[in-house]
Design a protein around this ligand. Structure first.
Ligand code: ADP
Ligand code: MG
Length: 376
């Protein structure tokens, strides 16, 4: 019986929240964050707010930022997406972290016989120590004291920011702001869908977050896609021609989720041989449809009718649309149409494409809207 070579297993990962085998692009942001961690408290890039469409790689970026902090010996605290953030921190997350740090230190002391500076305030057993409920601020301060002894700090991460209760985010923002003012070694990386993040920042209590570095996660360059696909395929013992790489980059449009999906499908089509343009072309129907179901439909679900109509009017064009023509198609004044245009740009569904032009920012959205129109 032929044995399946495990190294030839499909290396692409078309799922949400799944880190890729090979990360494409994003070097600049990661380098800046590295620098911010090394620079010490006060660096503005220590607070990062990532926004982007579904599948643009937000969760993956948070994972990478966590990794950057982890290799520096920082502690990572993932803030809960539901429930009260401060309550969860005070009741479970921080006590657990403190207890763990203490036991590590206890082990190390036993092994090395050395005394660790600053241990005095943490010298009884974990159980006794954390029976009395203390608030999040006190516990974080204590955690940071311990970490300061190692020259490290805490990175807080928060995913799906658009879905988190605003009051809860505001309460955490206030606490975080104090830590920054006190020049503690803290960093924060949060990610969410564009509109949700925008709305959250309108909230009174989150003013401070408005000063965080805003990163709008955009598409990858074709060169980055090609490089990542080649390394993914070759790293798994496969082969791909230059033509196939070019075809793949063209169908992916720089969209990370599609890179994984098209790569996965093309790999499967190739059935163990070298990947060719024909294998890539065979994926195109599935790629467009899957994109519609998993990305376009959710993105359009809560869209006000007028903005939806604007998108549909754009779908008559095969490339970027003239804003004047779209207004005329809708029977609107240029001024009125501009309101919808601005909202759609805010949602990162369209983007300016040169003077008086707009284009979709999600690949295959045109196809999706045309299919939708044809079936209704
Ligand atoms: N920089 C990247 N390079 C390669 N693949 C990526 C990259 N970023 C994300 N992906 C892939 O795209 C898909 C969606 O990523 P994810 O982070 O879950 O998106 P989001 O959180 O924005 O919805 C996953 O399959 C992931 O492996
Ligand atoms: Mg995500």
């Amino acid at each position: 019986m032929p044995r399946v070579d495990p190294s030839r297993a499909n290396p692409f990962r078309p799922g949400f929240g799944v880190s890729p085998r090979v990360l494409a692009g994003r070097d600049e942001l990661l380098e800046e964050f590295d620098t911010a961690l090394d620079e010490g408290p006060g660096s503005p890039l220590r607070s990062i707010l990532v926004s982007g469409a579904r599948g643009m790689g937000k969760t993956v970026i948070l994972n990478e930022l966590e990794e950057a902090a982890r290799v520096r010996g920082w502690l990572i605290i993932r803030l809960p997406e539901s429930g009260g953030i401060l309550e969860e921190l005070a009741s479970t997350i921080l006590p657990a972290q403190l207890a763990e740090l203490d036991s590590e230190r206890a082990v190390r002391r036993r092994v090395t016989g050395a005394r660790v500076a600053g241990i005095g305030s943490l010298s009884t057993t974990a159980q006794e120590r954390y029976e009395v409920r203390e608030n999040a601020a006190t516990l974080i301060a204590r955690l940071l004291d311990v970490l300061a002894g190692h020259g490290t700090g805490v990175l807080f991460t928060l995913d799906e920011l658009q879905a988190v209760d605003r009051e809860s985010v505001a309460a955490f923002a206030a606490l975080y702001q104090h830590l920054v003012r006190d020049e503690r070694d803290v960093a924060l990386a949060a990610a969410g869908l564009p509109v949700g993040v925008g709305q959250l920042l309108q909230h009174r209590g989150t003013t401070f977050l408005r000063r965080a570095e805003r990163v709008q996660l955009g598409p990858l360059s074709d060169a980055d896609v090609i490089d990542a696909v080649r390394r993914t395929v070759e790293g798994a013992g496969g082969e791909i021609s230059a033509d196939a790489l070019a075809a793949l980059a063209e169908s992916v449009h720089g969209y990370p989720y599609l890179l994984q999906l098209a790569g996965y499908r093309a790999w499967r089509e190739s059935a163990g041989g070298a990947l060719t343009p024909a294998h890539v072309r065979a994926t195109s129907r599935v790629v467009s449809q899957r994109m519609g179901r998993l990305v376009h439909e959710p993105a359009l679900r809560d869209l006000p009718q007028a903005q939806h109509s604007y998108l549909v009017a754009m779908a008559q064009d095969d490339g970027p649309s003239s804003t004047g023509t779209v207004a005329a198609r809708l029977g609107l004044t240029a001024q009125h149409a501009n309101v919808f245009r601005a909202r759609l740009i805010e949602r990162e569904l369209i983007l300016p494409a040169g003077h008086g032009l707009v284009d979709y920012s999600l690949p295959y959205l045109r196809d999706h809207l045309r299919r939708e129109a044809a079936s209704s």
